[in-house]
Unconditional design. Structure first.
Length: 178
């Protein structure tokens, strides 16, 4: 009888092991792996928070005037009207009048398909009349402007009546973040 009881207890132990203990132990192992993954994610999130706070403190340390200058240097939209007004104000400093504005927003790439660039370009053309030295001073002011501008073409014509005012056609390219 004691042998039968021992065999039954052994069978019950084996059944209990394979039916309850082993699956439960497997779940515990999975839970430990999950806990390790969550601990790593928590550590990473704390590092990311610390990095975010560090960058935010650096950003907050930037003077508002410097942020405005940066926005003027490379704006996040085309804002060709603001650019035209700025150029016209620069020209007025020299008694020049800007006319015949033409704006052409284009993509930075001529490749077929979706453009993956982070910026776009705006080509702007205008005409003006001025003496040569005045035009040079205007171009120097345009060069010193905070807005990122590339002068791509300048055409000029001598006055027909022998006067001192030359006619200039200027083409510039400016950039904006997409």
């Amino acid at each position: 009888m004691s042998t039968i009881i021992s065999i039954l207890i052994m069978i019950a132990s084996i059944g209990l092991f394979f039916g309850f203990i082993d699956p439960t132990y497997g779940k515990i192992r999975e839970a430990r792996v999950d806990k390790l993954n969550y601990d790593r994610a928590l550590d990473n999130s704390e590092q990311l928070r610390a990095e975010r706070d560090k960058l935010l403190s650096k950003f907050n340390a930037i003077k508002p005037a410097d942020l405005e200058d940066l926005e003027k240097f490379l704006p996040d939209n085309i804002d060709n009207v603001r650019l035209i007004i700025d150029i016209d104000e620069m020209a007025k400093q020299y008694g020049m009048r800007i006319r015949n504005f033409k704006a052409d927003a284009n993509e930075t790439s001529t490749a077929i398909g979706k453009d993956a660039s982070n910026y776009g370009t705006l080509t702007l053309s205008f005409s003006t009349s001025a003496q040569y030295q005045t035009f040079l001073a205007f171009m120097h002011t345009l060069e010193k402007s905070l807005r990122l501008i590339d002068v791509t073409a300048i055409d000029f014509a001598a006055p027909a009546n022998g006067g001192s005012l030359y006619d200039y056609s200027v083409t510039i390219k400016t950039y904006w973040l997409k």
